[in-house]
Design a protein around this ligand. Structure first.
Ligand code: T46
Length: 378
């Protein structure tokens, strides 16, 4: 993390230096255009030098105040042009006030200053874009996109593995359930959302991936920070996963078994609803729908139920036949449940309140929906 702060500061200083270079270049150009081209024989470039020095001092002052503030409020890249305009506008107004109030601003300097700031605006905007691309190219030593992975402790290994398969360079891990460890697989573990935001802010990473998590678990301000920094927030998600439900059995069978699931650790989404299906007969078929939003965890504490899953391309059957087995279903999966034994109980933990609108109950509509979803994810 220390490295990021140092790196961030160096990066920031490089932009201040760039601003100054642009300012001097713009001044030289403005002085040349206005003084030399317009045959202002009385004034030479040397007369303009004090104005350039004052401009440079004001520019550094404004840059320091502005960039610091912008770091705090997280710079909005989309507003790059406006930001430069603000920066130059404030410098310009400050200098104009000085020139006018001191009554030392001869006609030539006022017009040249005006011209210089106009040119400066164009220079700074272009130079920032180029310099940012240069920095980005250097940072991508491995040539692979750099990423931050957000996940839970249960899914972290899988998530890292999945991203490696996609040839993505995972730089940091943020664990939703905060473990007391600093590194996983030699990757630094970020402990707080603030640190995550600072990594995003300093542009150390190019993408944020969420693995095995419902996107609703990512705080709103982090989603906004990603949006502001034009960072892609991607779900590298499985669409279903079989998990072990921790089960405690004592040696004496008369005490039975106790199974439990823990929010955040085992269940990668917030639980808003719990329901269960009972009083069932063998060969009962239910389901025949998919969800657009709802994430669920299914388990069968008693009996045997087949869950037939269809992602629009292929079908898989998962049999829930013991209390120690859970099935996480992410949205976008068509499901059918087949009761293999009468009296089997299906329990479900869901991320959403009941909303009939969020169901897709027509198979053709589901296939069209999942194809569209796949296309969008490419
Ligand atoms: C799913 C599978 C595994 C409610 O009013 N509130 C509820 O929370 C639920 C789940 C259902 N309902 C009503 C809606 C229907 O009028 O109960 C009726 C039966 O529901 P449905 O036909 O959707 O039941 P299943 O067994 O086909 O599906 C249910 C869940 O709805 C579904 O989300 O994934 O279990």
């Amino acid at each position: 993390m220390k490295y990021d702060v140092i790196h961030g500061r160096l990066r920031y200083i490089s932009f201040v230096i760039l601003n100054l270079l642009c300012l001097f270049a713009a001044n030289t150009a403005a002085a040349w255009i206005y003084l030399e081209k317009n045959n202002f024989k009385r004034y030479g470039f040397d007369d303009y030098k004090p104005v350039m020095i004052i401009m440079a001092v004001i520019d550094v002052g404004v840059a320091l105040c502005f960039n610091t503030l912008q770091r705090v409020y997280r710079r909005r890249k989309r507003r790059e042009l406006i930001k430069n305009l603000q920066h130059i506008g404030i410098s310009f107004v400050t200098l104009s006030v000085i020139l006018f109030s001191l009554r030392q601003g001869a006609e030539y300097s006022r017009v040249t200053v005006f011209l210089a700031y106009g040119i400066d605006y164009v220079f700074i905007t272009g130079a920032h874009v180029i310099w940012r691309e240069v920095l980005r190219a250097f940072r991508r030593e491995s040539g692979r996109p750099t990423a931050l992975l957000m996940t839970t402790d249960r899914f972290v290994d899988e998530g890292v593995e999945e991203l490696r398969k996609l040839n993505i360079d995972v730089k940091y891990i943020y664990l939703l359930k905060n473990l007391n460890i600093n590194e996983i697989d030699k990757l630094p573990v970020i402990k707080t959302w603030e640190e995550t935001a600072s990594v995003i802010c300093w542009e150390e990473i190019e993408r944020v991936y969420i693995y095995g998590l419902d996107h609703q678990m990512v705080p709103e301000y982090l989603v906004n920070a990603c949006r502001d920094m034009r960072l892609k927030l991607d779900l590298v998600d499985f669409n279903y996963r079989i998990i072990d439900v921790k089960t405690i059995k004592t040696e004496d069978p008369k005490y039975g078994a106790l199974s439990f699931l823990e929010g955040k650790r085992d269940i990668p989404f917030p639980i808003r609803r719990v329901y269960w299906i009972t009083e069932t007969e063998a060969d009962l078929h239910r389901g025949f729908h998919a969800h657009k939003m709802n994430c669920q965890l299914l388990y069968c504490p008693y009996g045997k139920i087949d869950i037939i899953l269809d992602d629009g391309k292929k079908k898989t059957t998962v049999t829930l036949d013991e209390p120690g087995k859970g099935l996480i279903l992410m949205p976008g999966l068509w499901r059918e449940m087949v009761w293999q034994q009468s009296g089997s109980v299906l329990c479900v933990l869901a991320s959403e309140y009941y909303d009939a609108e969020e169901y897709i109950r027509n198979y053709d509509e589901f296939v069209a929906y999942s194809n569209k979803y796949r296309e969008a994810g490419k």
